[in-house]
Design a protein around this ligand. Structure first.
Ligand code: SAH
Length: 363
C-alpha cells in the first residue's frame, strides 16, 4: 500500500504566508525565489487549476511543487442558472459533504454568496440549512475555494462583492473565516475591497468582537429577525445564549456601521408594533435595516409578508429615522436560498427541473 506524502495545502494559507513558503521552496530547488512569487500569483490573483498547468514555470519545478504542495479542488456537482443571470452551484467536498455557492449579477456588480460550514447547528426555525443539522466546519481552502472554483470555470465568474450568507454560521468557524477574509481582501489574494465583503451572523458575540479587531473595513450584518427576546427565542434558539441586548451592544461597539437583516414572516414579526420596537434597536446602534422577503422553500410553515406589508413595515422604520432597504428577489426560477439546493438533493434525485422551484430571495 502506498501512502500519499503529507503535502502542504497552499489554499489554506494567507497569501503572504503562501508566498513566503513558496519563495523559500523555489530557492531550495535552485530556481530562484521569484519562481515562488509566480506560483503564489496562480493561487488567487490569476488562478490556475493545477501545477501542471502553470506553463510559465519549468517542467521539473512543476513536478517538485506537485510532490510538496496541494491545490485541492472542489468538485462541481450541480449548476443551475436563473433567467435573471443568478447561478447556483453545489460543490461536493472530499468527504462527500455538499455546500452551495450562489453568484448574483446586478448591473456592474457580481455578488458571490458563499458557505462557511457544511450544515448549521443553529436551527433558525425558517431556514433550510438548519433543518439538515451541522456536519462540520469548512476549512479556509474550502471556503475561499468556492471563489477560486468559479474563477476557474470555462465562463469565469469574478466577483465584485462577497457575502457570507450561504450555508452555516461564519462566526462559529472564525478560525478559518479570518484567513478567508485576508485571502479575499489582500491585493496578493483576490483583491476584493473590504467594504465589499460582508460577514453575516446570528450574533455570535466572540466572533463580532474578533472581527471588530480587524483593521480592514469588512462589513458586518446581523440576522435580527425579531425585536424582542421572547419572539427571537422562538425563531432563533441561539438567542438564549446571545440575547438581543448584548448583540445590540456589540453592534454599537463595532467600529463600523452594521446592517440588520430581518426576514419578513407573515403575522409573526411583521406588525407595525414590531417595526417600532426594531427601530429603537436600530437607533441604539445606528444600524441600517435590510428587510428580506421570506423564501418559501425554507423550513417551518411560515408565509411571506405581502409586498404592501413589507412597505408598511419599512415606512414605520423610516418614520423613526431608520434607513431601510427591501432586498430584491433574484433567481426566482431556481431555489437559491440558504441550504435549499442541498436539501433538494437530499430529498429527491434527480433534482426537480428549475421551473418547478419556488421563489428565491438573495441580496
Ligand atoms: N448564519 C448566518 C449566515 C447564513 S444565512 C446568519 O444567519 O446570518 C444568511 C441570511 O439568510 C440570514 O439572514 C438568514 O436568516 C437568511 N435566511 C435563511 N433562510 C431564509 C429564508 N427561507 N428566507 C429568507 N431568508 C432566509
Amino acid at each position: 500500500m502506498t501512502t500519499e506524502p503529507l503535502r502542504v495545502n497552499l489554499l489554506d494559507l494567507a497569501p503572504a504566508e503562501a508566498e513566503r513558503v513558496l519563495r523559500a521552496f523555489a530557492e531550495s530547488r535552485g530556481v530562484g525565489a521569484y519562481r515562488g512569487g509566480q506560483v503564489a500569483r496562480h493561487l488567487w490573483t490569476k488562478p490556475v487549476a493545477s501545477f501542471a498547468l502553470m506553463t510559465d514555470l519549468p517542467l521539473t519545478f512543476r513536478d517538485e511543487l506537485d510532490a510538496a504542495f496541494a491545490l485541492p479542488r472542489l468538485a462541481l456537482a450541480t449548476e443551475q442558472r436563473s433567467t435573471d443571470g443568478t447561478r447556483k452551484f453545489l460543490f461536493r467536498l472530499h468527504d462527500g459533504q455538499t455546500i452551495e455557492t450562489v453568484s448574483i449579477p446586478d448591473g456592474n456588480r457580481v455578488t458571490l454568496c458563499i458557505s462557511s460550514q457544511a450544515g448549521c447547528a443553529l436551527q433558525c426555525s425558517f431556514c433550510a440549512t438548519g433543518l439538515m443539522g451541522f456536519a462540520r466546519n469548512l476549512t479556509a481552502s474550502e471556503i475561499a475555494g468556492q471563489v477560486r472554483e468559479l474563477a476557474l470555470l470555462p465562463e469565469p465568474v469574478s466577483p465584485t462583492n462577497v457575502v457570507f450568507m450561504g450555508m452555516g454560521e461564519p462566526m462559529m468557524n472564525w478560525k478559518a473565516v479570518q484567513v478567508v477574509l485576508t485571502i479575499l481582501n489582500d491585493p496578493a489574494g483576490c483583491g476584493i475591497g473590504a467594504r465589499h465583503i460582508t460577514v453575516s451572523t446570528v450574533g455570535v458575540l466572540p466572533g463580532i468582537e474578533a472581527m471588530a479587531q480587524r483593521p480592514e473595513q469588512f462589513r458586518l450584518a446581523i440576522s435580527v429577525h425579531a425585536p424582542s427576546d421572547e419572539l427571537r427565542r422562538q425563531l432563533m434558539p441561539v438567542n438564549i445564549k446571545f440575547p438581543l441586548a448584548r448583540v445590540i451592544e456589540a453592534a454599537a461597539a463595532f467600529s463600523r456601521r452594521v446592517t440588520f437583516e430581518y426576514v419578513m414572516l407573515s403575522g409573526v414579526n411583521d406588525q407595525p408594533a414590531h417595526a417600532a420596537e426594531l427601530a429603537l434597536l436600530a437607533t441604539q446602534c445606528g444600524a441600517f435595516v435590510n428587510l428580506i422577503p421570506l423564501h418559501p422553500g425554507g423550513a417551518g410553515s411560515y408565509l411571506p409578508t405581502s409586498a404592501e406589508g413589507i412597505q408598511r413595515f419599512a415606512s414605520v422604520l423610516t418614520r423613526h429615522g431608520v434607513e431601510v432597504a427591501v432586498r430584491k428577489s433574484r433567481g426566482t426560477d431556481i431555489a437559491a436560498a440558504c441550504g435549499q439546493l442541498r436539501v433538494e438533493r437530499l430529498r429527491r434525485r434527480p433534482p426537480r427541473p428549475a421551473d418547478e422551484h419556488g421563489q428565491v430571495e438573495k441580496p
